[in-house]
Design a protein around this ligand. Structure first.
Ligand code: ADP
Ligand code: 5GP
Length: 207
């Protein structure tokens, strides 16, 4: 039984990475599609774990070869989801989380249609988003300004998503995300770990 394709988008700095890291410790049968990007690695980020860090020529070659399920230019860099990687995980019955921006989400919705569902994570306020981007300490003031400008545009797409989570506290946001994933699994007749549900054979039970 193929897994679910789950799109997750959020303006940069909302807390998506924090939430997903916690989710993976709590929910079985779910994995993350490692994207390709032309952005430089941040301190601590590893090739093949956080992203496949590639140069522009490699990225454009993959794009021409139709190797991406979706791709987009975000904050001045290219990002793309490998079609082969996603299919490999889905075929193993795993739910695959796509941490992608709103442009990529539009593309996947168009391609996958009813075979995916989407979740938008929003910050509780603009002030808090600014504080989180600054407090993370990974981006220059110029990059932070660019990301805040983009956040205004990205928030306009929130209504296109199946679910909305406001990341007020990490605990509550993770709990909600986990509940959504489990509810979707029930729609596909799977248990909370993502395994197929077998109904008891009632035919031979005496009335
Ligand atoms: P994103 O992946 O969405 O860009 P991060 O997960 O890197 O965001 O989070 C940005 C910053 O905000 C980090 O310093 C993180 O520790 C902090 N953060 C995340 N969620 C919360 C929250 N609910 N309350 C306060 N700080 C948070
Ligand atoms: P960051 O550079 O902070 O890791 O990510 C910046 C933005 O790029 C985030 O909104 C993230 O969701 C998005 N992103 C990451 N990987 C992909 C991808 O493969 N495709 C698209 N369209 N966006 C991505």
């Amino acid at each position: 039984m193929r897994g679910n394709l789950i799109i997750i988008s959020a303006p940069s700095g909302t807390g998506k990475t924090t939430i997903l890291k916690r989710l993976f410790t709590l929910v079985k049968g779910v994995t993350f599609s490692v994207s390709h990007t032309t952005r430089s690695p941040r301190s601590g980020e590893q090739h093949g774990v956080d992203y496949y860090f590639v140069d522009q020529q490699t990225f454009l070659g993959m794009r021409t070869g139709n190797e991406f399920l979706e791709w987009a230019e975000v904050h001045g860099n290219y990002y793309g989801t490998s079609r082969a990687e996603v299919n490999r995980h889905l075929a193993r019955g795993l739910d695959v989380l796509l941490d992608i921006d709103v442009q990529g989400a539009r593309q996947v919705r168009q391609t996958a249609g009813g075979d995916c569902f989407s979740i938008f994570i929003a910050p509780p306020s603009w002030e808090e988003l600014t504080l989180r981007l600054t407090g993370r300490g990974t981006d220059s003031p110029e990059t932070i300004r660019l990301r805040l400008d983009n956040a205004i545009k990205e928030m306009q797409d929130a209504g296109l998503y199946d679910y909305l989570i406001v990341n007020d506290t990490v605990d509550q946001a993770v709990d909600t995300l986990r509940s959504i994933i489990i509810a979707q699994r029930c729609r596909a007749r799977r248990n909370s770990d993502g395994l197929p549900l077998l109904l008891p054979d009632c035919e031979h039970r005496p009335l």
